[in-house]
Design a protein around this ligand. Structure first.
Ligand code: ATP
Ligand code: MG
Length: 451
């Protein structure tokens, strides 16, 4: 209201638009607030001296109480090319044109006022000085009715709108999932027909929507929609190939069903959710005689390729690929403490919680108890090992490469690392060996062997 009033007082039309208005009407807390105005970016900047002019699309961002408010000049889009975002936008004075370029009816409403006496707000003339201008809900496409009916409907001709920007199809799935809306039939049919156009989109735009689908209460709703509309074929053919792959886990359910159950069973942690989505991505390619030998190795590679296509940050890609690679571990009561320490070393301390969360979800997705296969016992033994501060890599050894150089007159080089790694192996077997004299004794033999 503060921001709107500032714009109104300066004589500008200003409205709350888009998802923030939609969410408000739904009684949900908006993720971010979008305002639209007939003020040009320079004029908006003058009214909010602390604001930042963000991009060539005419958005000025104001921060208030640690939240960001995007104030965008009314615009119309031009030159859609390659089925992507417009290349050129034009600032306009018309709210109706601005709403008409938006994707779905529930996103194409505005609430606010035009103190200059715009016909849209119904005010015949300007307000008296100091008085609050008359506000109105501007709803040219029936968004209010669709909000009430929980319907997602494209603005205008759906086929044409998805050809302008193919991301709208993925947004449709995402919004239907997070809002719990159904897709209006013509909108749904148009997605089925134009699904191949998502191949033209940049990876990060798809990834941003996928992340929101995965963050939903039941991601499977959106993932199933992606598959059923044919969008998934063009986002991840490897995952699309999971449909119809038989595995004897839950009666009557195929590999894709298992993936979806697994994703739904994860906590809402972005890395774990992504890992759950791709944990069995390698199964279709490794399927033989009802087995999937080595699917975690093949899968880690396929997951990496898929996430690289989506331009995920490198750290995300590596973490997810690592979880896929490790998800098939098989604990047995007979494991020695050395075996537990080796496991910690192989998985890495930082990845343990994520791997356990993935495995519990995988178990649920397989129709067994979450902590089947002795998972609780392994967790307790890992905790005990970690509490005693075990050596898991060369950095925790009581000696380092320098000590080897000084003690044995060695030159720097990769052979130092090989010796240190061999010492780590010995200390994993027997933690008591981790003191300098004992390690140097062991190193003496290794140095002799290396020469
Ligand atoms: P969220 O709640 O996740 O923020 P949102 O609908 O607000 O969802 P934004 O990406 O914040 O999504 O976009 C704000 C508004 O901009 C949308 O409500 C819609 O009116 C418009 N919009 C966004 N992306 C597109 C698009 N690809 N095509 C047309 N209009 C779009
Ligand atoms: Mg938004």
């Amino acid at each position: 209201m503060d921001l709107l009033r500032t714009l109104w007082t300066a004589g500008h039309a200003a409205y709350v638009v888009g998802g923030s208005l939609r969410d408000t009407l739904l009684g949900r807390e908006p993720v971010d607030w979008d305002l639209a105005t007939d003020a040009l970016p320079e004029q908006t900047l003058e009214l909010f001296p602390d604001a930042v002019y963000e991009n060539r699309f005419g958005t000025v961002v104001v921060r208030r109480r640690r939240r960001e408010y995007a104030i965008t000049t009314f615009r119309t889009d031009h030159d859609y090319a390659d089925f992507r975002r417009p290349h050129r936008v034009e600032f306009g004075t018309s709210l109706d044109a601005d709403l008409g370029r938006r994707d779905f009816t529930v996103n194409a409403m505005a609430w606010g006022a035009n103190p200059g006496g715009g016909s849209a707000s119904g005010a015949a003339s300007g307000p008296e000085p100091g008085a609050e201008p008359r506000t109105a809900l501007i709803d040219p496409f029936g968004g209010r009715v669709d909000v009430a009916a929980r319907t997602l409907r494209a603005v205008g001709e759906p086929l044409a709108r998805f050809e302008e920007d193919a991301l709208r199809m993925v947004r449709a799935v995402r919004l239907a999932t997070t809002l719990g809306f159904s897709m209006e039939p013509a909108t749904l049919a148009a997605i089925r027909e134009r699904a191949p156009l998502v191949a033209h989109l940049s990876g990060e735009r798809i990834a941003a929507e996928l992340a929101k689908i995965l963050d939903a209460e039941r991601p499977s709703v959106g993932l199933r929609l992606l598959a059923d509309t044919g969008l998934l074929d063009h986002i991840s053919p490897e995952l699309a190939a999971q449909r119809g792959v038989v595995q004897n886990k839950i009666e009557g359910e195929d590999l894709w069903d298992h993936t979806l159950r697994t994703v739904d069973a994860t906590p809402p942690h972005p890395i774990v959710r992504l890992a759950a989505l791709v944990h069995d991505i390698g199964k279709p390619a490794t399927q033989a005689d009802g087995h999937f030998y080595g699917h975690e190795t093949v899968g880690a590679e396929q997951a990496r390729k898929m996430l690289e296509r989506l331009n995920e940050p490198r750290a995300v890609t590596e973490r997810v690929a690592h979880l896929v690679r490790q998800h098939m571990f098989k604990y047995e009561e007979g494991w020695s403490d050395t075996a537990v320490r080796r496991f910690i070393g192989k998985v890495g301390r930082d990845a343990l919680d994520e791997l356990f969360a993935l495995r519990e979800a995988d178990n649920i997705g397989s129709g067994v108890a979450p902590t089947a296969d002795g998972l609780d016992e392994l967790r307790a033994r890992i905790a005990a090992e970690l509490a005693s501060g075990p050596v898991l890599d060369r950095y925790a050894l009581a000696i380092d490469g320098n000590d080897l150089i000084v003690e044995f007159g060695l030159n720097p080089g990769p052979h130092l690392g090989r010796i240190l790694d061999a010492l780590v192996e010995r200390v994993i077997e027997d933690p008591a060996l981790n003191d300098a004299p004992a390690l140097l004794m062991l190193a003496r033999d290794l140095v002799a062997g290396d020469r």
